[in-house]
Write a protein that binds this ligand. Structure first.
Ligand SMILES: [Ca+2]
Ligand SMILES: [Ca+2]
Length: 194
């Protein structure tokens, strides 16, 4: 930064004070959000789009531009998944921030710069949005809920009549690598919880 030349202060022989003006950049805050997709199990082939980050610039008086953006989360696996979207910074709102997607399903997730951004001092700010997902255990037929409609397929997997690997993972309620009576208890509890 170039040094400022000290202005003379009439009538003052010794002490002089120099005030530096704010730069243009110092008038606004830059907000950047990046989307991350984190999964438990196989990756979501479609995942989150767009892959690029979201950048907004502004301040309390002029607002932030752009004020919002949309990411699309698509489920490319053969089973229903439960998902969450989480950011760490208070100036970012995410809606919806959780849900269930059936096989091939997708959801648009709105990312909004909220009024908390108006209180930020000038500067650069960054946040990561983490998209997490896990298999919805017990939803054998992929209709995004666990109900009595899933009983027949669950029984077929538990008795070895159906050996589909995706269905096996959905039926393994306690995630111990086998489908047996202990999963039956968890499956029944999941049905009653709906
Ligand atoms: Ca179901
Ligand atoms: Ca099990």
């Amino acid at each position: 930064m170039p040094s400022e030349s000290a202005g003379s202060t009439p009538g003052s022989g010794l002490a002089r004070t120099v005030q530096k003006p704010n730069t243009i950049k110092a008038l606004s805050a830059t907000l950047i959000a990046l989307a991350l997709c984190i999964g438990i199990g196989p990756p979501l082939p479609e995942g989150v789009t767009p892959e690029s980050g979201f950048e907004s610039i502004g301040n309390a008086s002029m607002g932030f531009v752009p004020g919002a953006t949309t990411y699309t989360l698509q489920n490319g696996v053969e089973t229903s998944v439960q998902w969450t979207a989480v950011g760490a910074q208070p100036w970012l709102s995410i809606a919806p921030s959780s849900g269930v997607l059936g096989p091939g399903g997708s959801v648009d997730i709105m990312i909004v710069i909220n009024p908390a951004a108006n209180g930020l001092p000038p500067g650069d700010y960054k946040d990561n949005i983490s998209f997490n997902w896990t298999v919805l255990r017990g939803d054998m037929n992929g209709d995004t809920r666990v109900s009595t409609a899933d009983v027949a397929l669950f029984a077929a997997v538990a008795t070895g009549q159906n050996t589909d690997t995706d269905l096996f993972r959905v039926a393994d309620m306690n995630e111990d690598g086998s489908v047996d009576g202990r999963d039956g208890a968890g499956f029944t509890a999941a049905i009653l919880g709906n």
